[in-house]
Design a protein around this ligand. Structure first.
Ligand SMILES: NC(=O)c1ccc[n+]([C@@H]2O[C@H](COP(=O)([O-])OP(=O)(O)OC[C@H]3O[C@@H](n4cnc5c(N)ncnc54)[C@H](O)[C@@H]3O)[C@@H](O)[C@H]2O)c1
Length: 247
């Protein structure tokens, strides 16, 4: 028996990295999945369906409010309900603060913060109606410790942590538990653009001496989504981060 047998999970950013690893783990634990991404979800992920849960793919831009609202309604139409939302869609680019244009700042805030708001905003009503649900927002340790050349990303991720606490307070009495995960550096396409030199020196400063893998983050999402492990987490930010941050 899987930990998520019979549950329906929506995962944004599901085509790659942490979102895709979470999809694989949740499917192995029996969940039905609605996989959302800007890029079409690969056939390998669509083939994760099991006896207890089938998988649907949805191309959507998480910054588009009307599209996110529509896709959540479509998920409920196809799967019957939404038990779990994992918001993993995100972008990262590096630019010194003194060269950062307002447009570049706005773009990162739109995807990394507003996108998390929109997914929760349009998934939560179905959870509240059912009297139960889990929302898991993927933040970043950088939202806690800061980082150079990443003011837009750091602001967005700190915003996700704050948003998570606010939603947690409002929604816990309605049976919906909201938490965040703030990973450390994880080997995914997101960090492809960072230099090898930066990666080497960053790995050397980690107590664990290495970056994490997406498969090492997904089990934290499973903990928060599952029961009884996730039943008393409210507004928390868990840190699978190789020891980089110890709040
Ligand atoms: N990789 C890391 O080191 C790391 C560390 C901490 C936090 N995170 C966070 O984890 C989350 C997942 O990142 P990842 O490392 O798996 O990256 P990734 O690039 O492998 O995956 C991100 C996915 O989000 C999708 N996406 C981007 N913009 C979108 C949009 N507007 N609408 C819908 N989908 C969109 C992309 O197409 C991609 O499939 C992100 O929020 C990221 O900020 C990553």
């Amino acid at each position: 028996m899987g930990a998520l047998d019979g549950q329906v999970a929506v995962i944004t950013g599901a085509s790659s990295g942490i979102g895709a690893a979470t999809a694989r783990l949740f499917a192995a634990e029996g969940a039905a999945l609605a996989l959302l991404d800007l890029k079409p979800v690969a056939g390998e992920l669509l083939g994760l369906g099991t006896d207890t849960g089938h998988v649907t793919g949805h191309v959507v831009d998480v910054t588009d409010a009307a599209a996110v609202e529509r896709v959540m309604a479509e998920v409920v139409e196809r799967h019957g309900r939404i038990d779990v939302l994992v918001s993993a869609a995100g972008i990262l680019d590096e630019v010194p603060f003194l060269e950062m244009t307002p447009e570049r700042f706005d773009r990162t805030i739109a995807v990394d913060l507003r996108g998390v708001f929109l997914a929760a905003r349009y998934a939560a009503p179905y959870m509240v109606e059912a009297g139960r649900g889990r929302i898991i927002n993927i933040a970043s340790q950088l939202g806690i410790k800061g980082g150079t050349g990443l003011a837009h990303y750091v602001a967005a991720k700190a915003g996700v942590i704050g948003l998570t606490k606010a939603l947690a307070l409002e929604l816990a009495p309605k049976g919906v538990l909201v938490n965040a995960i703030a990973p450390g550096p994880i080997v995914t396409p997101l960090i492809d653009g960072l230099s090898e030199e930066w990666k080497r020196s960053k790995a050397a400063e980690l107590p664990l001496g290495r970056f994490g893998r997406p498969e090492e983050v997904a089990p934290t999402a499973l903990l928060l989504a599952g029961s009884p492990g996730g039943d008393i987490y409210v507004g928390q930010t868990l840190g699978p981060n190789s020891g980089d941050v110890m709040p």
